[in-house]
Design a protein around this ligand. Structure first.
Ligand SMILES: *Cc1c(COP(=O)(O)O)cnc(C)c1O
Length: 239
């Protein structure tokens, strides 16, 4: 019963979010069905993820390999059309497990990680789709390739991974006007012919849609506030 109540609560929030997404898309002369809603389920227990699946959500994002490995295999077995994205910093020593577990890895942000993913894909016989993550504010504590290196890194990844490289991902600096950052990232994706632009979170998804986002990543606005001890959106990419 608790799960039914939870499903109804998430379905209610989802209906309101779909209205806001449609309005933001319409305001930008875009169609709402161009925009994928990725449900960010980090720190969310499996029962609530199951409730979100009951409400119709199918695309989920986690920021830690270990947590995703604990929570998702049984849910995937029950919902074969579930899609799982890695949106957090990835250490090279976890590349192989990430390649096994995720459909999309959005946090490809440095040459050493590209090497590790290529080796892991070779070993596993499986290559997830990839996004290059850009450190939009060039903030030292955040992951992502610096803006100035993004074009060369994207070209190198395209040569190496071909069509598996589908998009970009970025998070504007906290407290800044996100719009110029979103516009920069969208222009970067277009210059490289990459179809997927992953940007916009609970606080700024409407501005992201106005700037061209094709995927928005929503956590708190769907599932409620995370526990205070939850990790920050983007940790340092340590190896
Ligand atoms: C946590 C997280 C989100 C979701 O943030 P909310 O503010 O809860 O919507 C989106 N993207 C990344 C990379 C995150 O780590």
């Amino acid at each position: 019963m608790a799960e039914e109540r939870e499903t109804a609560a998430i379905a209610g929030r989802l209906a309101e979010l779909r209205r806001r997404i449609a309005a933001a898309a319409g305001g930008a002369g875009r169609r709402a069905d161009e925009i994928t809603l990725l449900a960010v389920s980090k720190t969310v227990p499996p029962a609530r993820i199951a409730a979100a699946l009951g409400a119709g959500l199918r695309v989920f994002g986690e920021n830690r390999v270990q947590e995703a490995a604990r929570k998702f295999p049984p849910l995937r077995a029950a919902f074969p059309d579930l899609r799982l994205h890695l949106i957090g910093a990835l250490q090279t020593n976890k590349a192989r497990e990430a390649v096994r577990l995720f459909d999309v890895i959005e946090s490809l942000d440095r040459p050493r990680l590209a090497d590790a993913l290529a080796a892991a894909a070779e070993r596993e016989g499986r290559l997830p789709r990839l996004h290059v993550e850009v450190n939009l504010g060039d903030e030292p504590q955040k992951s992502g390739i610096p803006r100035a290196e993004a074009d060369a890194f994207i070209e190198a990844c395209r040569r190496r991974f071909g069509e598996a490289l589908v998009g970009v991902m970025g998070i504007p600096p906290l407290g800044a006007d996100p719009r110029p950052h979103f516009e920069w990232l969208a222009a970067c994706a277009r210059r490289h012919g990459l179809p997927v632009i992953s940007m916009g979170m609970s606080e700024d998804f409407e501005q992201a849609i106005a700037a061209g986002a094709t995927e928005i990543r929503l956590g708190r606005i769907l599932f409620g506030e995370r526990p205070a001890a939850a990790p920050l959106p983007s940790g340092a990419g340590t190896d």
